[in-house]
Each structure stands twice: as C-alpha cells, then as structure tokens.
Design a protein around this ligand. Structure first.
Ligand code: IPM
Ligand code: MG
Length: 368
C-alpha cells in the first residue's frame, strides 16, 4: 500500500530542511517503502505566489494526504501583510480544518548535547519529557475576538479562552495513553486559581483519570509553577498535558532545556476514524523559519528528520524504521558531527546538506 505525503516546506529554512527529509524518504523508498510525495506552497511563500498563505487546493491536498510534512512559516518579509493573510494563519487553518487537536512535543536531551543546555548537565542529562498541547481550542480560536474602537476613542482588544468538556477529555486521553507507554505519569497544567477554563480543565482531567486511567499517576500543577519546575528539576516530569496557550509557552521552555531547539520534532494529530482507521496528522520541526540563517545552507535538518521519524511511528506504525532513523541521528552526534546551532569546541561542523548526507550514511551502516 502506498502512503501519500504532502510536503509543505514554507518559508525561511523550511525548504532547506524539508529537502533533507526528502532524501530520507527516498532512502526508505529504495528499501521498499512506498511513499508518494506531493508538494505545495504555504505561508509567505504561498502569499507571494497566490496572495493567500494557503490556497484551497493546498488545503484539499492536506485533507486527502496520509500525513503532512511541514517546514516553517513566517519572516520579516511579510510583516506588513494584512493580519488574516500573515504566514502563521496558514498553520492555524491547517490545525483547525484538519482537526489536529493533539500536539505532541517531546523534549529530549541527546546525551552528546547535554553540555549545550543553559542548565547544568546533571539537571538535563537523560531528560525525556512529552508535552501534550491542546491545539485547536482555547484562546487561539475562541470567539469573540478582535480589536474595536470605543466611543471615547480608546481601543479595546478581546481574545476568548474557551474549553468544553469534550475538548478537554479527548486531549487528556491522549496524554494518559502516551504515559502508559512511557513512565506512566501525567502532570496537568492549568490556572484553576484564576480562570474558569482552568477549573473545568482540572475537573475534567480528574474525571477522565478516575474513570479510565486509574493506573496512571496524575498530578495537577499550576501553569506558572510548571514553568518554574521545568527549570528547577525538569526530570520530575514524564507527560505534561496543557491547553493551547500554556502549551505554546511551556513547550518552548522545555525545548530550550535540551540546549538544541534545532533538534526537536513535533506531531499534530487528529482523531482516528473508527471505521477507516485514518488519522489526520501533520509533522513539523519546532524551530520555526529562522530567517536570519535562511538560504545559507547552515540550518540543522535534524528536527525535520526527527519529525519524519515521528511520522513513521504515529502515522504508519513503522516503529522499527523510526527507531533506525533515531539511532542513526544519535550515532552521528556521538561521532562528533554538529550543525552550527549546536557546535561545540573539538567537534566537526557540517552544513545542512552534509548533515543530511551523514544521516543517509548512518542509515546505510546501521541497516547493513
Ligand atoms: C508554535 C508556534 C505557533 C503557535 C505560531 C507560529 C502561530 O509558536 O507552533 O508553537 O503559536 O502555535
Ligand atoms: Mg510556539
């Protein structure tokens, strides 16, 4: 059976890192996998060509694909475009229209990189956290929203934080299921001491736990305390489940603990259709478009490649292949190869394409 992948490289370093993912896909195809590739523009790149950050045709391809591999969007070039035409609007529309409510953001500290963290090596060595961020609700999409001018000339901005029981329960289930395959612990982060949506969040997560996941250890933590604990003692966490906005912030913080935001992948998943088994999914490196280094051939392609490993694991149940790819990358780091973002004294610096080639070489060796 062939799997259909839609590549949306986007802006900045997106096209450079996705080009390396394409070489990895070709390697798996040569080994007998059957990935079929389609491509389209997204973000500023789509705006430049079509005057919109994502076309209806691209949305249709995304809805039909078995998985979407996304690069990055945004950059100073599009700072002046209308708000609803900004590159990021494409990503939000993809998340919403594909129903990608579960965002999985692992923060893993590769042993070879533990000295790159701003924290002491002993605090981060062996770190392996999974942040489960709700991705299609909360303040990112809540209504009403907007800026209005009042009678006295003041301007007033409104965003709405809103959650329903169904939205909270389904993301809680994702977190508990994942925890069962890991260290069996979930920390649920919200602000029930200030926000009604936080109170409902806490009650519903507690309910799902009591009725379906009693075997998993659940703790509740205030989101601000969670931010603090992440830098104080991050290894206390296994799975953290949280809302869209707190998840945005906490996942950037957790990423930086590893010392290498250029290394971290993510998966955004929808519901699995009970009849067809189909589950919509989008995979993206979390580093963003990095316009300052775009086009220079120095971007780290490993986060994008690790995102493809997540794709193999979650969309295609190819766990062995995902393991192989992850082992290849760990091997290269152990051998001392680094892109500029994680370069250390005494190591060998590689550009984007050379790093991609190293991964292919390591795959060949490990596979032989
Ligand atoms: C992320 C990003 C996005 C978000 C932006 C680009 C809209 O920061 O994926 O974390 O805020 O969700
Ligand atoms: Mg973010």
């Amino acid at each position: 059976m062939a799997f259909r992948l839609l590549l949306l490289p986007g802006d900045g370093i997106g096209p450079e890192v996705i080009a390396e993912v394409e070489r990895i896909i070709a390697w798996f195809n040569a080994e007998g996998a059957r990935f079929e590739i389609e491509r389209d523009f997204v973000g500023g790149a789509a705006f430049d060509v079509h005057g919109t950050p994502v076309t209806e045709a691209a949305m249709k391809k995304a809805l039909e694909a078995d998985a979407v591999l996304f690069g990055a969007v945004g950059g100073p070039k599009w700072a002046g475009v209308p708000y609803d035409m900004r590159p990021e609007a494409a990503l939000l529309r993809l998340r919403k229209d594909l129903g990608l409510f579960a965002n999985l953001r692992p923060a893993i500290c590769f042993d070879a990189l533990k000295d790159s963290s701003a924290l002491k090596p002993e605090v981060v060595s062996g770190l392996d956290i999974m942040i489960v961020r709700e991705l299609t609700g909360g303040v990112y999409f809540g209504e009403p929203r907007g800026i209005t001018t009042l009678a006295d000339g003041e301007r007033r901005a409104v965003d709405t934080q809103v959650y329903t029981t169904g939205e909270i329960r389904r993301i809680a289930r994702v977190a508990f299921e994942l925890a069962r395959k890991r260290r069996n612990k979930v920390a649920s982060a919200e602000k029930h001491n200030v926000m009604h949506s936080g109170l409902l969040w806490k009650e519903e997560v507690t309910h799902v736990h009591a009725t379906e996941f009693k075997d998993v250890e659940l703790t509740h933590i205030l989101a601000d305390n969670c931010a603090m604990q992440l830098v104080r003692n991050p290894k206390q966490f296994d799975v953290i489940v949280t809302d869209n906005l707190f998840g945005d912030v906490l996942s950037d913080e957790a990423a930086m603990l590893t010392g290498s935001i250029g290394m971290l992948p993510s998966a955004s998943l929808g519901n699995r259709d009970a009849k067809t088994g189909k589950q919509r999914a989008l995979y993206e490196p979390i580093h963003g478009s990095a316009p300052d280094i775009a086009g220079k051939g120095v971007a780290n392609p490993l986060a994008a490649i690790l995102s493809f490993a997540m794709c193999l694991r979650y969309s295609f149940a190819m766990a062995q292949e995902a393991d192989l790819l992850e082992r290849a990358i760990a091997q290269i780091l152990d051998d001392g190869y680094r892109t500029r973002d994680v370069m250390q004294a005494g190591r060998s610096e590689l550009g984007t394409a050379a790093m991609g080639a190293k991964v292919l070489g390591a795959l060949d060796k490990l596979h032989a």
